[in-house]
Design a binder for this molecule. Structure first.
Ligand code: AMP
Ligand code: MG
Length: 320
């Protein structure tokens, strides 16, 4: 895999690759994305092939801002308010799509997820292009999302030809996904860096967070798939059960006395800050997954809403 730096010449080269229908790993503020021309069905098919992603799992479309949103979607006042408040940033807004977006991008749904990322490298690339970029996370389907270029190289080498190394992703978990297509209600389909509370505050109405419902047969957001974002090493969350396979790595949300004393204890934040824990979650889990542990055990995250994204990702990572 060729690893590009972030110089203007490299970004020009990447723009040419994308114009020719290529696929490139690109950093965003959430996780690394696997990007291709969203208006070119063959290029988008290639994303699904590289990831081994099921064709029923739609892709998020990345645009350079509100000005182009109307080209791709039937915009609505709620979406407008949310975009004004949170773009560029880690918020994906589900709206009804226009015919300009190929069915392969939306996996046949009448809707599309749009996001304007704040990462300067992604913005530079989008500003060079005449088309939006479809980009799911740059990992093999169901594995942990990549937050560093090295994760992309490690897991997609031989399948993907190009990645831009833009350093570690600041947010570290995937965008919050909010559905604005249901009359009279606004729902979070996937919790992320932007909380239900901040969305509610901007809209002046209560935004519901939709938990995963195993009984639900209609896939409204495949980020809701029960098993997702998982390491290969078995992972458990909550109270330490007896008889866990050894050696076991223990993950805490704040620095505990254990973390200093035992080399199999790790912490995601120095003093229990959920945003810091999010930014380190996938990188730590990948490091532990590559280590010689038979089991990864993670403390139960606090029950408060600011831990929603972490609780959601851990609950999926622990399902077998
Ligand atoms: P990824 O970028 O890998 O996190 O995957 C993108 C996720 O966005 C999908 O798994 C879906 O959960 C969600 N998504 C994309 N488009 C739609 C849509 N039209 N409706 C609902 N969810 C969507
Ligand atoms: Mg993903």
């Amino acid at each position: 895999m060729r690893v590009f730096d972030t110089s203007a010449a490299s970004l020009d080269a990447v723009a040419s690759i994308l114009r020719r229908g290529g696929v490139v790993g690109i950093p965003t503020e959430t996780v690394y994305g696997l990007a291709a021309n969203a208006l070119n069905p063959a290029a988008v098919e290639e994303i699904y092939r590289i990831k081994g992603r099921p064709s029923h799992n739609p892709l998020i479309v990345h645009i350079d801002g509100l000005s182009r949103a109307e080209w791709f979607a039937q915009w609505n006042p709620i979406a407008e308010q949310l975009a004004n408040a949170f773009w560029p940033g880690p918020l994906t807004i589900i709206v009804r799509k226009r015919d300009s977006i190929p069915d392969v991008v939306s996996a046949g749904l009448p809707t599309v997820g749009l996001r304007a990322p704040s990462h300067p490298v992604m913005q530079e690339i989008l500003s060079r292009l005449e088309f939006p970029l479809a980009a799911p996370s740059a990992n093999p389907s169901n594995y942990l999302s990549p937050t560093q270029a090295s994760h992309v190289v490690e897991h997609l080498d031989g399948k993907l030809d190009y990645v831009i190394d833009g350093g570690a992703c600041k947010r570290g978990v995937e965008s919050t996904i909010v559905d604005t297509t249901q009359p009279g209600r606004v729902t979070i389909l996937r919790p992320g860096p932007i909380s239900a509370e901040s969305l509610s505050k901007v809209l002046g109405v209560e935004v519901q967070s939709k938990g995963f419902d195993p009984a639900q047969s209609v896939l409204t957001s495949p980020g809701q798939m029960r098993i997702h974002y998982s390491p290969r090493t078995p992972l458990s969350v909550g109270r330490m059960a007896d008889g866990l396979a050894a050696p076991c790595a223990c993950v805490h949300f704040e620095e505990t006395s254990h973390a200093g004393e035992h080399n199999n204890h790790f912490f995601l934040s120095r003093n229990g800050d959920p945003r810091e824990a999010e930014s380190r979650l996938y990188a730590l889990l990948q490091e532990l997954d590559a280590g010689n542990y038979a089991h990864i055990h993670v403390d139960s995250p606090p029950e408060t809403p600011d831990w929603d994204a972490i609780r959601d990702r851990l609950s999926r990572a622990s399902k077998r």
